[in-house]
Ligand binder design. Structure first.
Ligand SMILES: C[S@@+](CC[C@H](N)C(=O)[O-])C[C@H]1O[C@@H](n2cnc3c(N)ncnc32)[C@H](O)[C@@H]1O
Length: 453
């Protein structure tokens, strides 16, 4: 298809069209931003200053989404990639530059989206390790060009194409060996990959989780319902826990289904500082253990506890933040939706001999009022929601609960900003924000914000 240097104002590009574009900046989420006569095109794989040939995926009235298929002229910061890895899109920027972009994106979200001012934006804390830092990798099975079984990641923008991995540079070497052990066994057994188009076939995903401090490994194979020699698999894979999840769901997800323990322990163990944590397969645990300690250290510093406070840890997962704060608080109460994570949190309190922490299973949206009635109002709220941030209703419940101090741990500055603005509107002041880099080579941004009444 012929390249179009730029489209006239009236001509919206169409799906499949190829465009030649110059990328100006990076948007939240990591795509390049290019403009054609003012019409915005988000370019996956485009870096600032790149001249690219890009193929259009979606084209809407206000903007289009495209994928860089050729770098015609590299931007000034572009460097050679270290690894062929769909999960490390920012590896073509020097690490210092990645940090600058993340810092600028946090500043931009807070000032432009949140219209916030008067707070201290601290410099981003760099990651200790720039590669092999992830303690959890979720791989997908697919069928290679020669019909062979492969295991790796989805190609960017291709839901049905899997890029095989021989060395995932975000995982440890041992984690890579375990993936290869499982893949070799599946090939030997003649097992085939699930077909995402027809929803037929067996092997779907492989989750390899690692306790970075304990050296433990957990391997969980996710398949469609069916037969395999599970006992043989358990004998072949050298991990501390081997699990098999069978799911009939039409979508691709490692959540849900029915899970069977094939060998070892159902929970993985890892340490954060002095604390030890048991982690169930369904439970969230920050995927960069080393930098999670730094993140929770910032949350602890911002909470500035004196030993007299009642602290709520909302979206508490397995109790990581609550248990990090417990020694400095009068009491800590955690709330979390996923029941196995709550069970882990209760067990983790016992394991670490923490007696002033309690945990409840519930949806924050519907359980806050009852919690405040039964437990009393919090002095400090730590909030660590998923990427979507807090709904307007949850913000209202937090305002009603009226904590003196709110420590907001955010994995998305574009939802932190409006939430912080709502709290500022209600009488809190945004004091400080500290971005912490947990995810080098990727566009993901974590930050901790302190709001005071
Ligand atoms: C970003 S994780 C944080 C977990 C924990 N604070 C940590 O650092 O390990 C968000 C957590 O919120 C939980 N969650 C999501 N929606 C929820 C809701 N409506 N009510 C309660 N918990 C929820 C998820 O299950 C997940 O454990």
């Amino acid at each position: 298809m012929a390249s179009t240097p730029s489209a006239p104002r009236s001509a919206r590009p169409h799906r499949g069209q190829e465009l030649e574009l110059t990328v100006d900046t990076l948007a939240y989420g990591g795509n390049g931003v290019a403009r054609m006569d003012g019409y915005v095109v988000f370019v996956a794989g485009g870096m600032p200053g790149d001249r690219v040939r890009a193929e259009v995926g979606k084209a809407k009235r206000a903007y289009a989404e495209a994928r860089a298929v050729e770098i015609l002229e590299p931007g000034p910061d572009r460097i050679d990639p270290v690894a062929d890895h769909p999960g490390a899109a920012w590896q073509v920027l020097p690490y210092e530059r990645q940090l600058e972009v993340k810092q600028a994106q946090v500043a931009d979200a807070l000032t432009r989206i949140g219209k916030l001012e008067g707070f201290e934006l601290e410099p981003i804390v760099p990651a200790v390790a720039q590669w092999r830092y992830r303690n959890k990798l979720e791989y997908s099975f697919g069928t290679g060009e020669g019909g062979e079984l492969v295991c790796g990641f989805h190609a960017p923008g291709r839901w049905n194409e899997i890029v095989p991995m021989t060395d995932c540079r975000l995982a440890s070497e041992r984690g890579n060996e375990l993936r290869e052990q499982v893949l070799a066994w599946c090939r030997e057994q003649g097992l085939g990959a699930w077909d995402r188009r027809t929803h037929t076939g067996f092997l779907r995903n492989l989750v390899v989780r690692e306790g970075r401090a304990t050296g433990q490994f957990q391997v969980r194979l996710i398949t469609s319902p069916g037969e395999m020699d599970a006992e043989r698999l358990a004998g072949v894979v050298e991990a501390d826990g081997v699990l098999w999840t069978q799911t009939a769901s039409l979508g691709e997800s490692s959540a849900g289904g029915s899970t069977r323990l094939l060998s070892g322990s159902p929970q993985l163990m890892d340490d954060l500082g002095e604390l030890r944590f048991l982690i169930s397969p369904e439970a969230f645990f920050q995927t960069n253990t080393e930098m999670a300690s730094v993140l929770y250290g910032a949350a602890t510093e911002f909470a500035a506890l004196r030993g007299v406070e009642r602290v709520y840890d909302l979206y508490c997962g397995i109790g990581t933040i609550a248990l990090s704060l417990a020694a400095r608080a009068r009491e800590v109460i955690g709330v979390e939706l996923v029941e196995p994570a709550v069970a882990d949190a209760i067990e983790n309190a016992r394991l670490n001999e923490v007696s002033n922490a309690s945990f409840f299973a519930g949806d924050i949206r519907t359980s806050m009022r009852e919690l405040v009635e039964e437990a009393g109002k919090p002095d400090v709220c730590v909030i660590d929601p998923p990427r979507a941030g807090l709904s307007a209703k949850v913000v209202r419940r937090i305002i009603e609960a009226g904590p003196e101090r709110i420590v907001y741990v955010s994995c998305n500055p574009t939802t932190l900003a409006p939430n912080a603005a709502q709290l500022v509107e209600a009488g809190w002041t945004l004091k400080r924000v500290r971005p912490v880099d947990l995810f080098p080579q990727t566009p993901h941004i974590e930050s901790v914000a302190l709001l005071e009444r």
